[in-house]
Ligand binder design. Structure first.
Ligand SMILES: Cc1cc2nc3c(=O)[nH]c(=O)nc-3n(C[C@H](O)[C@H](O)[C@H](O)COP(=O)(O)OP(=O)(O)OC[C@H]3O[C@@H](n4cnc5c(N)ncnc54)[C@H](O)[C@@H]3O)c2cc1C
Length: 499
């Protein structure tokens, strides 16, 4: 039996875990990060669409169950750096109103346990840590900020600038995407076409390994155990976690610590708690109110590919603007969501979904297409939940919420695109396996009857247990989640009184 220990033990090295390790190291706290995956190798396959999307080279060979018991392969990455190793590095803040309750026609987006002002300084810190490029004064919904973006916005390539001009004439306000890349004099970014969804072969993407965990490891206070999967937590029947139990490269391991922080991603964090049952905690540790795993959200997302056969889209780095004009109000008093460009999609990437279309046709199509993501909020619902089967397998029940708003936003987006010359629009609606933005399975709140952890992420019931990943989100907003996860982790590092 192998053993290890530290003052603070963090499970998971993704956006939450990696960032927290960095924040704790700055306070001189001894940290052990436990990661089930390994370092992602830098290799030619990093930029191969076939390897990344068709052969799923960097995804685990793991299957989860849907509500009907059918198996699906989730959109997770078990790597040092977690999902951020392949993410699109779009790092916007939530809007100020996202932290308050929002009423939708068919439900409610829950308030967070603190206002925007409480997390604002940590957003600034996270933007600095993750080298965020952006601009102010362009987006009608941008929240106030105490510090400017650390880097200027990425420039738009000519084709994209023309799209922006056309959209502007339709009365909307495209604004620069907040992007985390090392694009600066002497920086590693080469502004290539393989950023969104691919690992970065030149180390220029602001992922949590590159920006947070790596520097934290170099400082000496943080250690990392790779290939170490935690199976469950043990309390010995008490109100404290006494150890983590798992497997390190095939060998059983026990890990002890002063505090235990779960940052295994929304589904795995819930699964860890639910697998940790004993006489004191028959529903799982810290789960007397049966809320662990509930309120699973993953955004209502649709990819659009819009084609204008008359214009060749020769863009390399496409993901440079978003449209938030419909974020607060679709014109009927209720919010819509965000519309954003995604990385340029190649024909071979389209082939993973348009399986029957010939590749040469898709290649020609992609030379004239523009790709976008349309994102509306998925509302918290106790019926949407992560659970674990007797054998420990993850099961997800997820029914779309608030989809009428997503439909309206899709219709509006297509209308705009047609008005600026796109004659064909193809859509791919996200399904349960496209859960890259999952959140909300151990929600933060002030009321112990309605939430799993408090406003700083500490379990209401187990004082040495914390959650520092997307599981904390009481509501999802309609912006990409990673910067908020990082800001939450930095706030936890700074404001918790660590033993
Ligand atoms: C293709 C793609 C594109 C994306 N693009 C964007 C984007 O542009 N902007 C944005 O904001 N977000 C984006 N996201 C989402 C973003 O990456 C996630 O929201 C974020 O990484 C979640 O952070 P987390 O800490 O909750 O989990 P993760 O970052 O997934 O980290 C969880 C970590 O825990 C480890 N782990 C899990 N279980 C265990 C266990 N039992 N024992 C030990 N370790 C364990 C995992 O291996 C992983 O390293 C994207 C995601 C994907 C997949």
């Amino acid at each position: 039996m192998r053993t290890d220990s530290a003052d603070v033990v963090i499970v998971g090295s993704g956006m939450g875990g990696g960032t927290l390790a960095w924040g704790l190291a700055r306070r001189g706290i001894k940290v052990l990060v436990v990661e089930r995956g390994d370092y992602l190798p830098r290799e030619p396959q990093n930029w191969s669409p076939t390897e990344v999307f068709k052969n799923r080279r960097y995804k685990p060979d793991e299957k989860w169950l849907d509500e009907g018991g059918g198996e699906f392969r989730p959109g997770v990455h078990y790597l040092v750096g977690g999902n951020t190793k392949v993410y699109g590095a779009s790092l916007p803040r939530l809007r100020e109103c996202d932290f308050a309750e929002i009423k939708y026609p068919t439900g409610i987006s829950r308030a967070w346990p603190f206002p925007y002002a409480d997390i604002e300084p940590y957003y600034s810190q996270a933007e600095s840590l993750y080298r965020v490029h952006g601009a102010t004064g362009e987006d009608p919904t941008e929240p106030w900020r105490s510090q400017q973006f650390p880097y200027p916005a990425l420039s738009h390539e000519p084709y994209i600038q023309e799209v922006i001009d056309r959209l502007g004439r339709q009365g909307v306000h495209p604004s620069s995407t907040a992007m985390g890349v090392d694009l600066q004099p002497g920086g590693a970014c080469i502004r290539c076409g393989t950023c969104d969804g691919f690992p970065c072969r030149v180390g220029a993407k602001s992922d949590s390994e590159t920006c947070a965990l790596g520097p934290a490891l170099a400082g000496g206070f943080v250690r990392l155990l790779t290939n170490t999967r935690i199976d469950h937590l043990e309390t010995g029947g008490t109100d404290q976690v006494v150890r983590l139990v798992g497997e390190c490269a095939g060998e059983p391991i026990w890990i002890t610590g002063g505090a235990y922080v779960l940052a295994a991603g929304a589904a795995n964090t819930a699964a860890l708690l639910l697998r940790s049952r004993d006489d004191r905690w028959p529903n799982g540790v810290g789960n007397s109110n049966d809320l662990v795993g509930r309120n699973y959200m993953m955004h209502n997302n649709t990819h659009l590919a819009a084609i204008d056969p008359r214009r060749r889209n020769d863009v390399v780095f496409q993901k440079t603007f978003a449209i938030n004009d419909f974020y607060f109000d679709m014109g009927d008093g209720y919010p819509g969501g965000s519309i954003q460009l995604i990385g340029k999609v190649q024909g071979s990437m389209m082939k993973t979904h348009a399986t029957r279309a010939p590749l040469p046709l898709l290649n020609e199509f992609s030379k004239r297409s523009l790709e976008l993501l349309v994102m509306a909020e998925d509302l918290p619902s106790p019926q949407n939940r992560v659970s674990v089967t007797q054998s420990g397998q993850i099961a997800v029940r997820w029914k779309r919420t608030n989809y009428d708003r997503h439909e309206l936003l899709l219709t509006e987006t297509k209308r705009l695109l047609r008005q600026i010359g796109y004659v064909g629009i193809f859509e791919q609606r996200f399904t349960i396996d496209m859960n890259s933005h999952m959140c909300g399975t151990a929600v933060g709140g002030t009321d112990p009857a309605q939430s799993v952890v408090d406003g700083l992420g500490r379990s209401h019931e187990v004082a040495n247990l914390f959650v520092a990943d997307a599981a904390f989100f009481p509501s999802s907003g309609a912006q990409n989640p990673a910067l908020t996860i990082a800001a939450l982790a930095l706030r936890m590092a700074a404001e918790v009184e660590w033993g």
